[in-house]
Design a protein around this ligand. Structure first.
Ligand code: SF4
Length: 244
């Protein structure tokens, strides 16, 4: 089975909506928050890729360069013109804060931005893209940007498979020594890092394999209530949502 973090996590959250999206391929309405997240990721991709500094002949891109990258990469799909202008201002404020906290005194170009990776977990293939990989002392750090309004509980983040999957991707696909894995919550200008010594590649692969086996055997695809039900595209046809 071909797997990604998004696919695994969608199944774990709710088998019913997973089936709709990944098996029935139901087309869901485009959400404006996709545009917001995409635009911020794209601006940071340019900022850290080194291309920006190279084009501008700078050792280090400035805050203005970062905002110019946001303007250039801004995606307005799903927004009315007024909403798009307001969302751009929100994005600008957020990246200005980001620059002050993370880049003003501490900028280095990334080793890679948005690289693709893949690895095998038993008879399954797992693939994806990583927002940024940075040199970190004698090793490398994996960075994933989030635009959540609320930072999830520590336990929720620790249970999540995203960073462990990226860790295996970097270790096995790029053959790099990963010394840190981090989320950066852009709305909060906050970085949450994890000690990679607790990552056991074989155990993570076993966990992926077990989820994949359940996915392969699944026949009921029952709805499972979760914290994303409110924004689910299928809530109007979902008995679990209606009864809660
Ligand atoms: S609303 Fe229903 S279908 Fe949608 S995620 Fe929640 S439980 Fe699943």
């Amino acid at each position: 089975m071909y797997l990604s973090y998004s696919k695994l996590s969608a199944y774990e959250k709710c088998p019913y909506s997973y089936r709709k999206v990944y098996i029935d391929r139901v087309k869901t309405p485009y959400k404006k928050y996709f545009s917001f997240g995409h635009s911020l990721h794209a601006a940071l991709e340019d900022f850290y890729s080194g291309r920006l500094a190279y084009w501008l002949g700078l050792k280090k891109p400035t805050k203005e360069n970062l905002i110019a990258a946001l303007r250039r990469r801004w995606k307005s799909e799903g927004y009315s013109p007024e909403e798009s202008a307001a969302a751009f201002e929100e994005g600008r404020e957020l990246l200005e804060n980001y620059y002050e906290v993370f880049a003003k005194d501490n900028f280095t170009p990334a080793w890679r931005v948005e690289p693709h990776f893949s690895f095998s977990a038993g008879r399954h293939q797992v693939a994806g893209f990583i927002d940024r990989i940075h040199r970190n002392g004698g090793g490398f750090e994996i960075i994933d940007y989030k635009t959540h309004r609320r930072i999830p509980e520590k336990e929720t983040l620790e249970r999540d498979l995203q960073l462990p999957i990226y860790y295996i991707g970097c270790t096995e696909y790029f053959r790099k020594k990963i010394t840190a894995v981090s989320y950066i919550f852009l709305r909060h200008a906050k970085k949450v890092s994890y000690d990679v010594s607790r990552f056991d590649i074989e155990k993570i692969k076993q966990r992926i394999g077990l989820i994949a086996e359940r996915m392969a055997r699944e026949s009921d695809f029952l709805p499972r209530r979760n914290s994303y039900c409110g924004s689910c595209d299928f809530k109007n046809e979902c008995g679990v949502f209606k009864s809660s």
